[in-house]
Design a protein around this ligand. Sequence first.
Ligand code: NG6
Ligand code: CA
Length: 508
Amino acid sequence: MKTLFRNFLLIIIACGIFTACQDNRKKEKKESTIKPNIVFIYMDDLGYGDVSAYGAKDIQTPNIDKLADGGVRFTDGHSSSATCTPSRYALLTGVYPWRNKDAKILPATAPLLIDTMQLTLPKMLQEKGYYTGIVGKWHLGLGSGHTNWNQRVTPGPNEVGFDYSYIMAATQDRVPTVYIENSLVVGLDLNDPIEVDYVNNFEGEPTGKDNPELVTMKWHHGHNNSIVNGVPRIGFMKGGNSAKWSDVDMADHFLFKAKQYVINHKNGPFFLYYAMQQPHVPRTPHPRFVGKTGLGPRGDVIAEADWCIGEFINTLEKEGLLENTLIVFTSDNGPVLNDGYYDDAVEKLGNHNPNGILRGGKYSLYEAGTRVPFITYWKGKIEPQVSDALVCQIDLLSSLASLVGSVKKAKDSEVLLDVFTGKNQQGRDELIIEASTKTALRKGKWLMIPPYNGVAKNTQVNIELGNSKEYQLYDLNEDIAQQNNLAKKNPEKLDEMLSVFNIICGKK
Ligand code: NG6
Ligand code: CA
């Protein structure tokens, strides 16, 4: 009798546990159905004025415009820095790049910049059940300092939160000019090992400097080391011939990988960081885009990128994913014309202004350095609108955490989910912007740049950097082009800005 009773009890307990498990699984399933896929379409050096939805007349970007017209088009959206590595560091970690002394434009041989123990956006999403991937430009360092490109190149994206990675190590103008999939160089023949050096050339290897007869794209400044596909690069490389990418096919190649990723993970939820290489130098449009815009290769690669974005969105649509995918479109920093090659970007510019109405450009503390096209799109969920809210890419980590039910918050990343989804337009109160480790404060519509040594203008790239011996204070409401320095006329405002700046940046 006793045993019968005990068995009966055991059965009841087992049933209880089984039902609880079922309930939990149901809950998880229910929870996962409200988690949208998340895609970042991240451009390289695309300017505020380079998109027709932002006023460009001589370049048409119909596919980006569709996102802008159907989502939130931010007029005051910023990257965290006016150059790539620091900007991407902040995007993925939610930490201001000036807090990390190594967050500068990196050679491909630099060690991984993100601490593998650090919170990252993809790690946060992984914890919430997302499959996470990156396709495209990395430029955040790889390995521990002595990279052997013929073995696993690690740690890298897979160690900081990406389940899948298909990347170029640094930039299109830096060696090694190969793709790396989940830490292995794609198509490498170990009988022809890759060697990379950013200081010394390998004996007998031609360079842009010494062998101008071998180049098909002429260098203007820098970019005179190893020649690959007729393009002289930054850094020296030897071997790895079978693994070298084809520059003109790069856009199609990354697009194919991005589409494949979506199709493979369509049961989601997935996160994809689609980090496109355009319109960074060297600008190498596929032949079918050559001459499309009349603005030379820079215009043509923007048209090419826009086409890729259209194709990518078609894939989401075909797979029935568009209503369940939040897309963030933006750029890592502002525009530059001559960034080291003679490629007609200056000569064929015509009336196009990559900055739009803004002053400065890539490398600059003026507005065009970090104010970039910034769009959020989620079909059926985001009400189309133009938003003047001040937002920064650094805010995506904490904001998306709140979207997917994560309690994670990164140091400098504000929760602005309602702003990103167009439910309100109350953005940040203040933001520290950065250019080559120099910082400035945005507060409300005011911008304050403290005095900095250094040239006012980088004449090689023909961009004003924001350096001045004087304080600079601009009222962006009245003076978006930053023509009237009000520092002397409005000392109270300057003092107020300075004290906030000192508190945030921890300086006296
Ligand atoms: C600079 C390069 C520039 C570009 C930039 C990185 C020279 C003279 N200039 O050092 O061409 O590669 O680094 O651009 O080498 S970024 O968008 O990745 O920050
Ligand atoms: Ca860039």
